[in-house]
Ligand binder design. Structure first.
Ligand SMILES: Nc1ncnc2c1ncn2[C@@H]1O[C@H](COP(=O)(O)OP(=O)(O)OP(=O)(O)O)[C@@H](O)[C@H]1O
Ligand SMILES: [Mg+2]
Length: 199
């Protein structure tokens, strides 16, 4: 396998299993590819604000403000975590990335073109994986811990936007409506196929 650094992101609805799968993958590829797990919102100042003060707060911010905060956090995430690891030749696995902004703020009514524009300086991922789970399933998984973005209608809209990117070929879809170990196997296959292909 090539030792060249690569940037992979794992996307999907809240509760679809992104954190579970991204961490498992980072563990599996830890030795062979010096894989590192990162996540958005990031551990930086803006990411911490998003997570602590807003995401589990009372109400949503305006969608424009949301999109700008996530875009700003993304730049910080790339500059402080992703690029330094890539420069060391490591495999970076990000739990959410730019497709989350497109899907969630797109579902909130913003144009995808504008969201792309404000994220224009965010590094392109080399591979983007979408763990596709039925919105009804994720709602039941999430019962005790819901963020401001989680209701069935939102999840359905978010999924539709993710699927548009699957159709366009920018996201690789994985069936997440299966037991964790089976989803993990499929994620691993897609990622190793990508890593073994000439780049
Ligand atoms: N394939 C699966 N089948 C059943 N339950 C699962 C599966 N994958 C994950 N879970 C469970 O669903 C819950 C949510 O998983 P996880 O935290 O990995 O999702 P997530 O996509 O990271 O969610 P969030 O968007 O809220 O961060 C956890 O309790 C996890 O154990
Ligand atoms: Mg998670």
């Amino acid at each position: 396998m090539s030792k060249k650094g690569a940037f992979i992101c794992i996307e999907g609805l809240d509760g679809c299993g992104k954190t579970t799968q991204a961490k498992l993958l980072a563990k599996k590829l830890g030795k062979s590819h010096s894989a590192v797990y990162t996540a958005e919102p990031s551990r930086g100042k803006i990411g911490t604000y998003i997570r602590k003060s807003y995401l589990y707060g009372e109400k949503r911010l305006s969608s424009v403000l949301e999109a700008l905060l996530f875009a700003a956090d993304r730049i910080e995430h790339v500059e402080t975590e992703v690029l330094p690891a890539l420069n060391e030749g490591r495999l970076v696995i990000s739990d959410r990335y730019v497709y989350s902004s497109l899907a969630y703020q797109g579902a909130a009514g913003l144009s995808l073109e504008w969201i792309k524009k404000v994220n224009e300086h965010a590094l392109q991922p080399d591979l983007a994986v979408f763990i596709d789970v039925n919105p009804n399933t994720v709602m039941s998984r999430l019962k005790p811990k819901k963020s401001v973005m989680e209701n069935l209608e939102t999840q359905q809209k978010v999924r539709e936007i993710y699927l548009e990117f699957v159709e366009k070929g920018s996201l690789t879809r994985i069936n997440g409506d299966k037991p964790q170990n089976e989803v993990a196997k499929e994620v691993y296959e897609v990622v190793t196929k990508f890593l073994n292909a000439p780049r």
